[in-house]
Write a protein that binds this ligand. Structure first.
Ligand SMILES: C[S@@+](CC[C@H](N)C(=O)[O-])C[C@H]1O[C@@H](n2cnc3c(N)ncnc32)[C@H](O)[C@@H]1O
Length: 326
């Protein structure tokens, strides 16, 4: 996946202001902040150079995972039309950019962010967007933990934000976000055990509120992951030369690991199972790790079962597996 040209150009314009040295130092300071455990409650991104480092080095990855989640919404909720989007903890508006690219029916966008400088940066980026909904978006400067009235929208995204609030605030935020959601809500987090535990809290709360889980789970019962295992996926994003220079990296791409949950008020078409690890495509058979209605299973698909074998050869980590459990 690549960033769309309008977003790439907007980022390059912003990133041309600080020197490369300052950008690399800010990017290193950001990475150190994210590696610190537990994530401190004080703001992780506090200077203008760190905000610019974020859009140059982290935004491409969070854009990739939000885009994957948006694709999954369209696949699991057939016929859904998303005309309005609420991006909570928006930072520079990453999820709104991903949604405006994935949902052609999008007409109205509201973003809520507590850091007013991030809002200003996001507004400058949005001016470059091809999407009128994003160019004319409403930005609200507010703290999600204390804001009472989340405005109603078809879709609500909370992308890489609940990790920065306390566990009790997560429950409150999910409750208000669900009330504001007319069709679908998506919560995306990094693909780490710690972040996955927050996804599980959100999933449980959404089920308690009456939501239907649409993805990635093929069921609505307790999550079978345990014993140090965690449900996560991977999205590959091409690195631009700016991205490589800012991160002092050489690889032309980056694999972003992410965890997520999508819940909805609409009718869901869940796949019977989901591939939860890289399939092992061996000679004459494929070994699949699946999560399905009967929990976690390891399935060996041999070339004797023609349809299944063909599907298994094509499958990827995160793909739905269309055959019912045997
Ligand atoms: C890691 S950034 C993610 C930005 C963007 N959503 C993305 O996916 O790239 C987390 C953002 O959430 C915002 N945030 C964290 N806690 C918040 C709160 N309580 N209220 C509003 N925004 C919050 C931070 O200011 C920051 O901009």
């Amino acid at each position: 996946m690549q960033l769309p040209p309008d977003l790439r150009q907007a980022i390059e314009e912003e990133a041309s202001r600080p020197s490369l040295q300052l950008l690399q130092a800010a990017s290193e300071s950001l990475s150190r902040g994210y590696r610190r455990l537990p994530i401190p409650r004080e703001r992780l991104i506090s200077s203008e150079n760190e905000r610019i480092a974020y859009i140059a080095t982290r935004l491409p990855a969070t854009y990739a995972s939000a885009s994957r989640v948006a694709e999954e919404i369209l696949a699991r909720i057939p016929g859904i039309e998303i005309e309005s989007l609420l991006d909570l903890g928006s930072g520079p508006g990453t999820a709104a950019w991903a949604a405006s690219n994935s949902f052609p029916t999008l007409r109205r966008v509201t973003l809520v962010e507590r850091d007013s400088d991030f809002i200003e940066l996001g507004q400058r980026l949005a001016r470059h967007s091809q999407s009128p909904a994003l160019r004319e978006a409403t930005w609200r400067n507010a703290d999600l933990s204390v804001l009472d009235d989340y405005p109603e929208h078809d879709a609500v995204f909370i992308s890489y934000a609940i990790g920065e609030v306390s566990p009790t605030a997560i429950i409150r935020i999910i409750g208000r976000a669900w009330s504001a959601c007319k069709k679908v809500i998506a919560i995306v987090e990094p693909g780490t055990p710690r972040a996955f535990s927050r996804i599980l809290v959100a999933r449980q709360e959404l089920i308690a509120l009456g939501a239907s889980i649409a993805a990635p789970c093929p069921h609505q019962t307790d999550c079978p992951m345990s014993g140090g295992d965690w449900c996560h996926f991977s999205a590959r994003i091409e690195r631009s030369s700016l991205h490589r220079r800012a991160k002092s990296g050489t690889l032309p791409y980056e694999d972003e690991k992410y965890s997520y949950v999508v819940a909805t008020r609409c009718a869901v078409q869940r796949a019977p199972s989901r591939v939860i690890r890289h399939p092992m495509k061996l000679k004459g058979h494929v070994r699949l790790e699946l999560c399905g209605g009967c929990g976690l299973i390891c399935k060996i698909v041999s070339r004797r079962t023609k349809d299944q074998y063909r599907a298994a050869r094509k499958s990827e980590w995160g793909s739905p597996w269309p055959f019912p459990d045997e």
